[in-house]
Design a protein around this ligand. Structure first.
Ligand SMILES: O=C(O)CCC(=O)C(=O)O
Length: 271
């Protein structure tokens, strides 16, 4: 893309170590960071104009899963928190469906943006996925569609709201529901959340806002869209190591198709 940057650099000083430190402190304290007005209004309008008419090309994956995004355990009862099923009915456009000149690519590839992410997330490097589907995705949720409660497999998520619905489409979460690195499953919390007995927080964000979120320990969902306007959101997915691609079975699950020859790519899971 040519022309003005899609990032509002006057509000978000990506190269400033002070700004990076402030952002990192918020992310560490809250498990979530919302950078208001990160994407310019012109860039949001352009991406919505490019993608909204293509909602009918979105892929809708199989819609039930457990909160851990794993296969079920037949040794456990169907109503055990590990096996409880939730519905995810959003659709998506994969990276290979996003135009080469999209402002989303300008942001995704921007080295200052990547350095900023590393500094805020406390990691050394971020790299694109080595498969052709996973790096940038656009999620669509038309009326009644939702994303069920889950923990992510990846340690961080980077998203940007493109369009909010008339109502619903609310991001709800339970921060620090578990410590995944310590092997915690948090069955009591998971059960209470699924039963609606646990207090949950909501994260408010608007078109153009960038969200950094630690979803491996925070259980989260997006409530069903209400009204005729579909919710549109971008996911920028990175790896902290180069050359990592999703496995063919994960690609089949998330995108309904697999890529070309795997070559010597490293394969990973995601969610
Ligand atoms: O739609 C959103 O706001 C968040 C998406 C999300 O949590 C996910 O893809 O795991």
């Amino acid at each position: 893309m040519t022309g003005p940057s899609p990032i509002d650099g006057s509000r978000h000083l990506l190269k400033s170590w002070d700004y990076r430190r402030q952002c990192r402190e918020v992310l560490e304290a809250d498990g979530a960071l919302v950078l208001t007005g990160f994407f310019t209004a012109a860039a949001v309008a352009r991406v919505v104009a490019d993608s909204a008419p293509r909602e009918n090309e979105a892929y809708y994956a199989l819609s039930t899963h457990n909160v851990y995004l794993t296969p079920l355990d037949p040794e456990l009862a169907d109503d055990h928190p590990f096996n409880r099923q939730v519905v995810s009915s959003k659709g998506l456009l994969a990276d290979d469906q996003i135009p080469a000149d999209s402002p989303l690519r300008t942001v995704y590839d921007d080295l200052d943006f990547r350095d900023f992410l590393c500094a805020v997330l406390g990691i050394d490097e971020v790299h694109p996925y080595a498969d052709e589907f996973s790096s940038i995705n656009i999620h669509f949720a038309s009326e009644g569609r939702e994303l069920g409660w889950h923990f992510d497999n990846s340690s961080f998520a980077v998203t940007m709201m493109l369009r909010t619905p008339e109502a619903g489409g609310t991001f709800e979460y339970v921060a620090r529901a578990r410590d995944a690195d310590a092997g915690e499953m948090a069955y009591d919390t998971v059960e209470a959340v699924l039963d609606g007995r646990y207090p949950v927080e909501t994260l408010a964000f608007s078109p153009g806002d960038l969200v950094l979120f630690r979803g491996r320990n925070a259980m989260h969902r997006v409530t069903p869209t209400i009204g005729a306007v579909s919710r549109l959101l971008v996911v920028f997915a990175y790896n902290d190591q180069p050359g990592v691609a999703l496995s063919d079975s994960a690609l089949q699950t998330f995108y309904g198709r697999t890529g070309g020859p795997a070559g010597n790519q490293r394969r990973a899971t995601r969610g």
